[in-house]
Design a protein around this ligand. Structure first.
Ligand SMILES: O=C(O)CCC(=O)C(=O)O
Ligand SMILES: [Fe+2]
Length: 368
């Protein structure tokens, strides 16, 4: 019998790009009375966003054609929108946030006992993007892929079942909603199921890969000089984000980072981010949104990001219907793992590095 070692899953990418331990362990932010130098970010003047700049909200309960055109417009112009009437029970959102808060409220030494390994995906730690920045973020996170039982049973030996049940149910519901939204997004571009066969798991050998990231931003003594989560784009196809409704924190970049537009939480709504893979899969039609999270002096903000990607064997490339003389092929076909490898090296410039060669050279010449 031969054993096939598959090196294409996203966990393999995390093994390829291990993170130094110093870039994993958060300080005990819940007990700091002032901002340490390690967490003090230079401030740069940002303009207030114009009142007309508001992130679209799509009511999924409207007639299908109205939903499709609103989703297309939002993905095209913003790369981000909120959805209401999405069908995920409010009680589940509430319970998942409650369980996330229960985890982050544990004493620092207990959380450090379930810290992520340098080459692993799941567990407690700083944001993976930390190593690309000189200053640390006012942030702690906990990553889940599938069942969190290994870490949860360590944290709560006699009381881990509810955490696990809620997080597993949450992922199942987010998966179904991600698939529904992707269907709407592709259909809105005039594509049929046959154009995007890779999306339908029945034709794939592996299921789609996904990661659930619990994010915690404790109340901060000096929010103006701190950063919750530094500017980045998500590497997923799409991300579904639940943000606690006690504070605004998520912001979308406008005007090349000169202004930041808040995504004000609507209780019960979810935020949908177009990820880099979706930008590649739509040959650039849908925009991937540069975003960040800021922090708050009095409120402990929590968010939960569900990153939905592709099955491990799938090479993402746009359907031929989206490629023509006016829209030449922008990017080389990549698996999620290959893209994450590029992101691990080049971070926010990863898309540039997988550009089709002729376009890459043309861009470079323009910059000279
Ligand atoms: O907390 C937020 O609002 C942003 C989270 C986020 O961008 C992420 O987890 O990638
Ligand atoms: Fe993000």
């Amino acid at each position: 019998m031969s054993i096939i070692v598959n090196k294409s899953s996203i966990s393999e990418s995390f093994k390829t790009n291990p993170i130094p331990t110093t870039q994993i362990l958060p300080l005990d932010l819940h007990n700091l009375l002032s901002l340490p130098d390690s967490h003090t970010w230079p401030t740069s003047p940002v303009q207030p966003p114009p009142p007309s700049a508001t992130i679209p909200v799509v009511d999924l309960g409207r007639p299908p054609h109205a939903v499709a055109s609103a989703v297309r417009k939002a993905s095209d112009e913003w790369g981000v929108f909120q959805v209401t009437n999405h069908g995920i029970p409010t009680t589940l959102l509430r319970e998942a946030e409650f369980e996330a808060r229960r985890l982050f409220a544990l004493p620092a030494e207990e959380k450090l006992a379930v810290v992520r390994s340098p080459d692993g995906i799941d567990g407690y730690g700083l944001a993976r993007i930390s190593r690309f920045f000189a200053k640390q973020m006012w942030y702690e996170g906990f990553t889940i892929m599938g069942s969190p039982v290994r870490h949860a049973s360590h944290l709560w030996p006699n009381d881990y079942a509810n955490f696990c049940n809620v997080m597993e149910e949450y992922q199942a519901q987010m998966k179904a909603l991600s698939e529904k939204l992707l269907g709407i997004m592709f259909k809105s571009l005039g594509l049929a199921q046959d154009d995007i066969k890779w999306l339908h798991s029945k034709t794939n050998h592996h299921p789609p890969q996904a990661v659930l990231q619990l994010n915690s931003y404790p109340a901060c003594p000096d929010p103006a000089h701190a950063m919750g989560l530094a500017p980045h784009t998500d590497s997923s196809l799409i991300t579904l984000l639940h943000q606690s409704s006690n504070a605004t924190g998520l912001q979308i970049s406008g005007d090349g980072g000169n202004l930041w537009i808040p995504v004000n939480p609507i209780p019960g709504a979810l935020t949908v981010n177009v990820g880099d893979l979706m930008h590649i899969a739509t040959n650039g039609r849908f925009k991937t949104a540069l975003h960040r999270a800021v922090v708050n002096r009095t409120r402990h903000r929590v968010s939960m990001a569900y990153f939905y990607g592709t099955p491990q064997e799938v090479k993402i490339s746009p359907p031929m219907k989206l490629v023509d003389v006016d829209h030449p092929l922008l990017y080389q076909p990549v698996t999620w793992k290959e893209y994450l490898d590029a992101k691990g090296k080049y971070f926010n410039r990863a898309l540039e590095f997988i550009k089709c060669e002729a376009l890459f050279i043309a861009d470079r010449c323009r910059q000279l």
